[in-house]
Design a protein around this ligand. Sequence first.
Ligand SMILES: Nc1ncnc2c1ncn2[C@@H]1O[C@H](COP(=O)(O)OP(=O)(O)OP(=O)(O)O)[C@@H](O)[C@H]1O
Ligand SMILES: O=C(O)C1=C[C@@H](O)[C@@H](O)[C@H](O)C1
Ligand SMILES: [Mg+2]
Length: 213
Amino acid sequence: MTAPTIVLVGPMGVGKSTVGQLLAERLGVGYRDTDDDIVAAEGRSIAEIFVDEGEPVFRGIEKRAVHKALAEHDGILAPGGGSILDADTRALLAGLRVVYLSMDVEEAVKRTGLNTGRPLLAVNPRKQWRELMEARRHLYEGVATAVVATDGCAACQVVDRVLAVLAGGQWTNSPRKLQRVEGTGDLSAPAGALTCGAAMLSEDRLQRPEENR
Ligand SMILES: Nc1ncnc2c1ncn2[C@@H]1O[C@H](COP(=O)(O)OP(=O)(O)OP(=O)(O)O)[C@@H](O)[C@H]1O
Ligand SMILES: O=C(O)C1=C[C@@H](O)[C@@H](O)[C@H](O)C1
Ligand SMILES: [Mg+2]
């Protein structure tokens, strides 16, 4: 049965798409992002779907897109940040390698504050983000096999952290044993991986999906 190598979950702007593309490049596997799948299938941006149809309709579209991707994709998968709100989706994530990319509110505002493409953060982003995380943090942690803190880390450093967790091989779906990687200490990437510096060069080549969020 096909299953993604790693599923990246976390809130808007934490870097799922950025880190996911770099990670896929470093591992030599494919990258898939369900927000992109939805935009391509619908022919309109996520923000437009929210405005045209409302959030519940978007969540239905998202659920179908995520379930399809989980069944088809064997590389790095970045499902939409809110997809863990669905209990069926959380059940499908059980047993997979799921990394929760986390950040604090100040980092979130830095990364998303000036961007108007994320419908759930369009007004008063700091307050919206806090409320959203109060509702979701336990869901992200519940599906995660590892939590990787991204505060103050360049995207390539986050990739190194995820690779270090992957190399450690200690995957578990038990929240009590959840692995956490945080702080600013250096983590060496596993043998064969590019260095962070080399990966930084390739960050310029990443797609910038900002307009679609
Ligand atoms: N580790 C990082 N450090 C600094 N900026 C970052 C980092 N990761 C991503 N960014 C920047 O933050 C913004 C959001 O990143 P990205 O679009 O990858 O997040 P996302 O989790 O995919 O968000 P969404 O759920 O809305 O799709 C982008 O401008 C990106 O360049
Ligand atoms: O966290 C969320 O609810 C969202 C995250 C993005 O990936 C998009 O799916 C959309 O902006 C909603
Ligand atoms: Mg994204």
